[in-house]
Design a protein around this ligand. Structure first.
Ligand code: SF4
Length: 442
């Protein structure tokens, strides 16, 4: 049973030194019991207390890390059911499955490897490949090597046959893969393979009871890194089982199911693959495996995942400053916006795409979008004027003409007071309308 906050408190130094970031040891103990902090944040816990607290302090969902020369995928270690309660930490790994008898293996892997989405200053990509065995070990090994010639990203090896799975593992060295999957009939052999190759192991079973029973048995063989695949025949069933596993791990501290899950989104009805993948990203998969690669399908999944796994309390920001778009000249207009990255990239991409030159002044609005920042008092005439002066914008232009977002038209009067030698123009409300506005009105 997990320890209560009071029980944890009794094991802490009780000096209220505040070094953990909390005003008292009791406050820290309460957060620790709620799995919202790490025990390591207190530098003064004795070794004896650490041992006693380890059960309580261990993450309720085990962190699983797959490593290869081309990257690392970390999943698990989540502490909340809902993102707004704190944040989700480790994005589910998105993998593309290829079968070892697929004649299009080379082109499929090559296309997926090359695909990336430029999104608010980040490059989003798939995380790796899942190679599925359909025959003997030689065929499996050949497919793994073929994938490795194209991609060095982490791998999932799929085979229920221990001889075939073993051959696949032999083909790789110095990396941590996910071996899929152990079930009621092969678990001993698969556990032995996972242990000898330091691989993580997927455990497949039809019910949560069966899953829990299997993970306990596999753990007793010395395998700690496991991933769960509850077998579900429908989208609703998959959602229910994934949610129950998350709840049991977080709310009941049920260690036998305290592992990330995997969803093979392409299993079953192909038409629903993307819906299954989107559902799995939202709730609560650790790994999502697709069977089909198409940019139109993968793009929204990557963006969805990025948005869900962004800390809601820490907006993604860009550096305040003056940005040059399409090589602006002294007579080019000055556009003003905030430093919320989605706002910045929306404006910058629209203007860049139009080919029209402009100076883009990004003010420090603490990472908020235009309307939010205005409502919070972080994007007002005073701040805009400070940015214009601070970034020496007047030195770059021959015509002092500034466009403010249409949502804050109300600021134009005050801005004229703050910057009397500037012409203040009210632009459109949406970034998408900027090119037309710039062509017609500037
Ligand atoms: Fe207490 Fe440790 Fe936090 Fe200090 S760092 S207040 S001793 S829990």
């Amino acid at each position: 049973m997990p320890l209560t906050g009071i029980q944890i408190y009794k094991l802490l130094p009780r000096t209220n030194c505040k070094e953990c970031g909390f005003p008292t040891c009791l406050a820290f103990a309460m957060k620790l019991s709620a799995k919202q902090v790490e025990l390591a944040a207190c530098p003064y816990v004795t070794e004896a207390s650490k041992t006693e607290l380890s059960e309580s302090a261990a993450p309720p969902i085990r962190l699983i890390s797959l490593k290869a020369a081309g990257g690392e995928v970390k999943v698990g270690n989540e502490v909340v059911m809902f993102r707004h309660e704190k944040t989700f930490y480790n994005k589910p790994g998105l993998f593309l499955r290829v079968r070892d008898d697929d004649p299009d293996l080379h082109s499929k892997v090559t296309a997926a490897q090359a695909f990336k989405v430029a999104y608010v200053g980040m490059d989003l990509t798939l995380d790796g490949f899942a190679v599925q065995a359909t025959g003997d070990g030689a065929k499996f090994t050949a497919a793994i090597k073929a994938v490795r010639e194209i991609s060095k990203r982490p791998l999932i090896l799929i085979s229920q046959d221990t001889a075939v799975a073993g051959a696949g593992l032999q083909a790789l060295s110095g990396e941590t893969v996910l071996l899929h999957g152990a079930n009621a009939s092969n678990w001993e052999g698969m556990a032995s393979l996972a242990k000898s190759h330091s691989a993580a192991l997927t455990v497949v079973a039809p019910t949560l009871d069966n899953l829990a029973e299997l993970t306990e048995k596999i753990k007793s063989k010395g395998v700690e890194d496991m991933v769960l695949q509850p077998e579900a025949s429908s989208l609703g069933g998959s959602l229910a089982l994934g949610t129950q596993i998350r709840r049991l791990a977080l709310k009941k501290n049920f260690r036998a199911l305290g592992y990330p899950t995997i969803v093979l989104a392409g299993d079953g009805d192909n038409a629903r693959e993307n819906i299954a993948a989107a559902q799995a990203i939202a709730k609560y998969a650790g790994f999502v495996v697709l069977d089909h690669f198409s940019p139109a399908a993968v793009y929204p999944l990557l963006v969805l995942r990025q948005n869900i796994y962004t800390d809601p309390q820490k907006p993604i920001q860009v550096q305040p400053g003056i940005y040059e778009i399409n090589s602006p000249k002294p007579e080019s207009p000055v556009l003003v916006t905030t430093n919320f990255s989605i706002t910045y990239f929306s404006v910058a991409n629209e203007v860049e795409g139009s080919g029209l030159p402009a100076w883009l002044v990004v003010t420090d609005a603490e990472g908020m979008s235009v309307l939010t920042a205005w409502a919070a008092g972080k994007f007002d005439a005073e701040r805009i004027a400070k940015a214009i002066k601070g970034f020496n914008v007047a030195e770059k232009v021959s015509r002092k003409r500034m466009v403010i977002p249409g949502h804050v038209a109300v600021l134009s009067g005050e801005l004229e007071g703050e910057l009397p030698d500037w012409e203040i123009r009210v632009g459109p409300r949406e970034a998408v309308d900027l090119p037309a506005f710039m062509k017609q009105a500037l």
